[in-house]
Ligand binder design. Structure first.
Ligand SMILES: O=C(O)C[C@H](O)C(=O)O
Ligand code: SF4
Length: 507
């Protein structure tokens, strides 16, 4: 179980690698989307080499286990829990289990509902364990429709295959880049609200290459894959050709009165693996999702990095943090900023806290990084950063503008963009929003040269305020102090494109 957990967190499966490689081939060199994909593939290689988490959000560990008749499920549960605790201690998983009422992090990835484990008996003589580590950002972009429904951009979706088609197209649109596109979707049709979502998630256990045996669903999957990529959302929502990398649809019976379509959205960091286990000796006899060649992005990434620095099409601005208002007002959407100096992490708990408390340090001219890192406290070296990519910024929308003004913060780094309230505050106050590449947790951890301290540890490791010193931390200006937002632009243009799919296709 330990091996399965570590491999899943650090080594992306072959089928997912293949889909990412295809996406890269679709994007034109030198574009924002192509550069972001290069960062992503470089990150995949780094995680593999370092045996460190691909993304800092190691998600909700979800196990699907098939056991021969007579196998002791209680013992298997215990083994899984022990392995999770160990993997957390070793920095392969972030402590991710939080009490919903008190906000307290259990620290070891155990707690009510964590991990999720689903057992099933079968008549074979081996144990089949599948694991998906699905992060919170993409989980937040899951969506459930109850048909008939009225959908933005697409009009009425009826209780038929064409209505289902519209829901799925809409689900990709509404995710924008916030679930770290390009993503994979699993769709569940029918059931009740619970079983419909669970069917959607089950589809994520199908291999990316898997072909649906049901001809109608096969056509639907192909249609969505082809057409969702015409929405122009692209990697991280920066615009581009690759928005969706996989679409798998399953169906089950429903009640006469209900008609649910549920969509489970998974980011590009699609961490799911599986093993066959011999119950006699506990040995792994087979790994799943590893057919064919393993794509090694390392060499490719090196070549591309050289080419990209040679091209230099985009404006690059080096900022030494702390920064001044004048420096920030000079930045425009599309600029690439390279940061050296101080960064301070702050996510949900910190933003909520800062609304009614003083900051633990002087934040004037400082940069806030929406990030909940994986940290290890080494006896000799002190705090070590194991993974540190951005988290979805939109959750801080109610607070961000006020906090920037209150403390004189000049820049925030995150992913997925923010809304009109923040945009207005950036203009009034002289601030900027910088988009880092979601999921690229190794790539950014590598830029962190020192952990200078930590405050508000009572919020738990991911939510604490970490004071970091960085070098060469690159991010893209996607919202500036002149009222421009790339996110608003991509949302608007993709909604217009969504309108092209209004007419019936499967009727
Ligand atoms: O929790 C995180 O670090 C990231 C989260 O998965 C997100 O996508 O927002
Ligand atoms: S940060 Fe992005 S890549 Fe990581 S779990 Fe969240 S959605 Fe996935």
């Amino acid at each position: 179980m330990y091996q399965l957990i570590v491999e899943t967190s650090t080594n992306l499966p072959y089928d997912v690698r293949k889909a990412i490689k295809q996406a890269k081939a679709q994007e034109n060199a030198g574009t924002r989307a192509a550069l972001s994909l290069s960062t992503i593939t470089e990150n995949i290689s780094m995680a593999d080499e370092e045996v460190s988490p691909i993304c800092q959000d190691t998600g909700m560990p979800t196990f699907k286990i098939k056991v021969p008749i007579g196998a002791n499920q209680i013992e298997i549960k215990r083994e899984i829990e022990e392995a999770l605790v160990q993997a957390t201690e070793d920095g392969k998983l972030r402590p991710n289990s939080v009490d919903s009422l008190t906000g307290k992090n259990s620290g070891d990835n155990l707690g009510p509902g964590t991990p999720a484990m689903y057992f099933e008996q079968w008549e074979k003589d081996y144990i089949d364990v599948r694991l998906v580590l699905k992060g919170g950002g993409c989980e937040n972009k899951n969506i459930q429709y109850s048909l008939p429904a009225e959908l933005e951009g697409l009009g009425r979706a009826g209780r038929d295959l064409d209505g289902i088609r519209k829901c799925i197209m809409h689900s990709v649109y509404q995710a924008q880049g916030q679930g770290c596109s390009a993503g994979f979707i699993g769709v569940g049709i029918g059931g009740d609200r619970t079983s419909s979502y669970s069917l959607a998630k089950d589809q994520l256990f199908r291999s990316v290459d898997d072909v649906n045996p049901n001809q109608e669903l096969k056509k639907l999957e192909e249609y969505v894959l082809e057409n969702a990529n015409k929405l122009g959302i692209g990697t991280m929502g920066f615009g581009g050709e690759a928005t969706l990398l996989g679409c798998k649809v399953g169906t089950m019976n429903r009640l006469p009165a209900s008609f649910f379509v549920s969509v489970a959205y998974n980011c590009w960091a699609f961490r799911r693996l599986g093993v066959a286990i011999d119950p006699q000796n506990g040995e792994i006899t087979d790994w799943y999702y590893q057919e064919g060649e393993k794509i090694d992005f390392a060499e490719e990434a090196k070549k591309e990095a050289q080419e990209a620095t040679g091209e230099e099409e985009v404006k690059q601005v080096v900022l030494q943090a702390p920064v001044t208002e004048e420096q920030i007002r000079e930045l425009k959407v599309g600029d690439v900023v390279v940061i050296n100096g101080d960064l301070h992490t702050g996510r949900d708990a910190i933003h909520h806290h800062l609304m009614s408390h003083d900051a633990p340090i002087d934040l004037n001219g400082q940069i806030i990084y929406h990030c909940g890192p994986v940290m290890l406290n080494d006896k000799e070296k002190g705090w070590q950063v194991k993974a540190a990519g951005p988290t979805t910024s939109i959750r801080e929308e109610p607070y961000q503008g006020d906090i920037m003004k209150k403390f004189g913060i000049r820049a925030v780094i995150g992913k997925g963009g923010m809304g009109p309230k923040t945009l207005k505050a950036l203009e009034e106050h002289g601030g900027v929003y910088l988009n880092a590449i979601g999921g690229a947790a190794q790539y950014y951890a590598d830029c962190i040269k020192d952990v200078k301290g930590v405050d508000l540890m009572e919020f738990g490791i991911p939510e604490a305020m970490w004071h970091l010193e960085v070098e060469g931390f690159a991010a893209i200006v996607t919202m500036d102090s002149h009222g421009n937002s790339l996110h608003a632009d991509v949302d608007k243009s993709s909604l217009e494109k969504l309108g092209q799919f209004k007419e019936p296709v499967f009727s």
